[in-house]
Design a protein around this ligand. Structure first.
Ligand SMILES: Nc1nc2c(ncn2[C@@H]2O[C@H](COP(=O)(O)OP(=O)(O)OP(=O)(O)O)[C@@H](O)[C@H]2O)c(=O)[nH]1
Ligand SMILES: [Mg+2]
Length: 300
């Protein structure tokens, strides 16, 4: 039996959470086209079986995109990702564009990666969007650095080359125990997934700075025989943002609620009654206490 923890790191929006979902074959991490979607480390468990028996368990840790923080939430996010790089047994470093040198975001991450002795795989994601010569140039630039144990191009939306990536990664896993039951794909509670799904819809429906200043807490989560009742509070940073989130005649919030509810019903396999409230918590992204209360704290 082989096992290990694998960190998925990279700049915002390169497709880390999409890759995690693709590996698991289920959506446990929210993904959007907006950078800085992921705020906490998200754990996904992949157990490979052979002849009905578990032979390898890899615990993937999807991390927030590493960026120059503009507030304490941003620092928490980047610290979570950087901290993860130091703790795991292997690292997948995702990029989706050419290397732009040491002063770039990827250059910053590479400098931290160099300090780790764990096996490192470079994943060039979004190959569907890269011309072959661009892909080649990315590949050879990273190959020249001589610090990667393998380089794999993937499409995290179609799963292209993801089985090969997993095979390659497994070769770098050591003998080890099962950390989680073999049929478990995440250890995050359903109420956390519910808050994330609501936040994903807010990110999708809102523009500019508004969705980045949003946090969602679940105040009540009740599993009744034929329905799950969920009450969520959406916190935003300004009174004006509250108006934008609610929308004319409450339409925006209704749309968010409807699409979150539909996804939750599919996830939980029950009917869902979802109520949402919008509250203002000014400047919460720079308040250590508020950030912690909203669940943005290191667990390990
Ligand atoms: N065309 C294409 N789009 C992709 C691919 N992988 C991810 N995307 C898209 O890229 C966007 C960002 O994906 P995420 O998975 O949220 O990226 P992330 O790296 O987790 O982003 P953060 O959480 O903000 O750091 C989404 O719109 C995805 O649908 C891919 O292989 N090809
Ligand atoms: Mg993400």
């Amino acid at each position: 039996m082989k096992s290990g923890f694998v960190g998925i790191v990279g700049r915002p929006n390169v497709g880390k959470s999409s890759l995690l979902n693709c590996i698991l074959g289920e959506k446990i991490a929210i993904t959007t086209d907006k950078p800085q979607t992921t705020r906490n480390n998200i754990r996904g468990i992949y157990t490979r079986k052979d002849g009905g028996e578990a032979v390898c368990q890899m615990v993937f840790i999807d991390t927030p995109g590493i960026h120059k923080p503009k507030n304490k939430l941003g620092s928490f996010m980047t610290d979570s990702a950087v901290g993860t790089m130091k703790e795991v047994d292997a690292i997948l470093f995702l990029v989706d564009s050419p290397y732009e040198g040491e002063a770039s975001g990827d250059g910053y991450i590479l400098n931290i990666l160099k300090q780790s002795s764990a096996p490192k795989l470079l994943v060039i994601n979004k190959i569907d969007k890269l011309e072959p010569d661009v892909y080649e140039s990315i590949y050879s630039a990273y190959e020249r650095m001589g610090m990667f144990d393998a380089i794999v191009g993937t499409n995290a939306l179609t799963g292209k080359n993801v089985p090969y990536l997993l095979e390659t990664l497994e070769k770098h896993m050591q003998e080890g125990p099962m950390f989680f039951p073999e049929d478990m794909i995440t250890d995050h509670p359903e109420r956390f997934l519910a808050s994330e799904i609501i936040r994903e819809k807010l990110l999708m429906y809102l523009e500019d700075e508004v969705p980045h200043g949003v946090a969602v807490t679940i105040e009540n989560y009740q599993e009744l025989p034929d329905i799950t009742r969920i009450s969520a509070v959406i916190y935003c940073e300004r009174q004006s943002h509250k108006g934008i989130i609610i929308g004319k005649g409450g339409r925006k919030l209704k749309g968010v609620g409807k699409s979150a509810r539909e996804e939750l019903e599919a996830l939980l396999g029950t009917k869902v009654y979802l109520e949402t409230f919008v509250k203002v918590k000014e400047g919460w992204r720079d308040s250590e206490a508020a950030i912690g209360n909203f669940g943005y704290r290191r667990e390990n």
